[in-house]
Ligand binder design. Structure first.
Ligand code: CTP
Ligand code: MG
Length: 395
């Protein structure tokens, strides 16, 4: 088929401006989402229905290795288009020229793209190719964005020589789309005339051929300076989770009643191996529920002498360390104690504040309620009390 449109993926630069930050590795070989940067824009380009094939331009010394990786990536995640590989040159424009030479005879239009722009979207590729196809007489279509800063022209001594009207300025990106014949001619003439340019459109403009700017994509950033590396850090999404806890203690033991780490006192004593804080026990089980890490009976067995009479605050501290280690961020806790006696309303605020302190949560994210079971069941018969806890968190 004639009149094919191909992409040229430029990946032959040295990345000098960020060599120190990458330990000398050229930026287009940095890995992101399990593949080198050059792969990402290649995938975006190949996914456009307008693109029939790709030429990859790699540094001569890395060509064999990069080609092998390209074959492997294509095997597991097919590009779906033909592709070829060639060697780059010393300047960007040399690499483009080599890329153009590697295009097949069927190709009549080309999109030149910097592989250092890994966030390229297929939609932009298609818009560029379509505009080149559909607008009569146009010799280049490039993506551009309005500039937000006022731009100054200066001389060698940094003296301002002019202020171009901002509304008429555009910061341009790649891919840049051209009819192949015009771009080839422009590059050969530039070679003969010894011209240096930073983008391909500049060559077309030099020969007074019309180039159209269409709306670019603000996300289509070029990784250029060390601070741009933060854009490649991969953050795992936080997933919400809930944990539920339930605990019961019998009255009639020898432990003074503790709830949420607060001593309630009174004549109802609790039977327990630890201090018998039924509320903190339910809370710990809810936290462990968020971690899917078993329960407190398993973590702190009641036949282990180390836990005899131990404060539940100490046990909670241990569970909180486990939660921190697992990357759990607690958002909210909702706690209820079910007891016929004693009356808990006078203690509610102290319990709530103490739990907020223990969990390092703002007070408005700790709810505490107390209720009776209307003299029914074992709480109604004053045989014991129970607590339930619900923890919501993100991991
Ligand atoms: N490029 C290329 N061949 C060159 C120079 C640059 O293929 N001789 C490619 C780069 O790999 C990059 C794109 O052109 O994808 C844009 O160039 P730039 O951002 O300047 O990259 P580098 O030249 O690699 O970086 P630096 O200028 O910091 O050295
Ligand atoms: Mg460069």
């Amino acid at each position: 088929m004639q009149n094919e449109c191909w992409g040229v993926i430029l990946a032959a630069g040295q990345g000098r401006r960020m060599a120190e930050a990458t330990g000398g590795e050229a930026k287009q070989f940095l890995r992101w989402k399990g593949a080198p940067l050059w792969w990402h824009s290649a995938k975006a380009m190949a996914a456009s229905p307008s693109i029939h094939g790709l030429v990859f331009v790699f540094p001569p010394e890395k060509k064999a290795e990069a080609e092998e990786e390209l074959q492997k990536l294509n095997q597991s995640n097919n590009l779906g288009v033909r592709f070829a590989v060639t060697e780059g040159g010393a300047r960007r424009q040399d690499s483009v020229r080599h890329g153009l030479e590697a295009l097949p005879d069927e190709c009549s239009q080309v999109l030149i793209h910097d592989s250092a722009r890994p966030f390229l979207k297929t939609a932009l590729v298609t818009r560029l190719a379509r505009a080149l196809d559909e607008i009569p007489g146009i010799c280049g279509v490039i993506p551009g964005l309005p500039v937000t800063d006022t731009v100054k022209e200066i001389d060698e001594d940094s003296i301002v020589t002019g202020t171009p009207e901002r509304a008429m300025l555009r910061a341009v990106q790649t891919p840049q789309a051209f009819p192949l014949e015009e771009l080839r001619t422009a590059h050969h003439r530039a070679e003969e005339e010894g011209l240096n340019v930073t983008d391909d459109a500049a060559l077309i403009e030099l020969y007074d051929l019309p180039v159209l700017v269409i709306e670019g994509d603000p996300d289509n950033i070029k990784i250029t300076n060390p601070q741009d590396l933060t854009m490649l850090t991969e953050t795992k999404p936080l997933l919400p989770c809930c944990g539920y806890g339930y605990d019961v203690h019998a009255y009639g033991g020898n432990r003074p009643l503790m709830l949420g780490g607060v001593e309630i006192g009174g004549d109802l004593l609790v039977s327990a191996h630890s201090d018998g804080d039924v509320l903190l026990h339910a809370l710990m089980d809810a936290l462990l529920g968020c971690l899917a890490a078993g329960d407190i009976g398993h973590l702190f067995p009641d036949n282990d002498p180390r836990f005899d009479g131990i404060s539940s605050v100490v046990l909670l501290d241990h569970v909180m360390s486990m939660a921190a280690e697992a990357g759990l961020r607690i958002c909210h806790v909702d706690l209820t104690v079910i007891a016929q006696k004693p009356k808990l309303a006078p203690h509610a605020e102290a319990i709530r504040r103490n739990v907020a302190r223990l969990l390092d949560l703002p007070l408005e994210h700790v709810a505490f309620k107390a209720t009776t079971e209307e003299k029914l069941g074992f709480t109604g018969e004053l045989k014991g009390l129970k607590a339930v806890a619900l923890v919501s968190a993100v991991r």
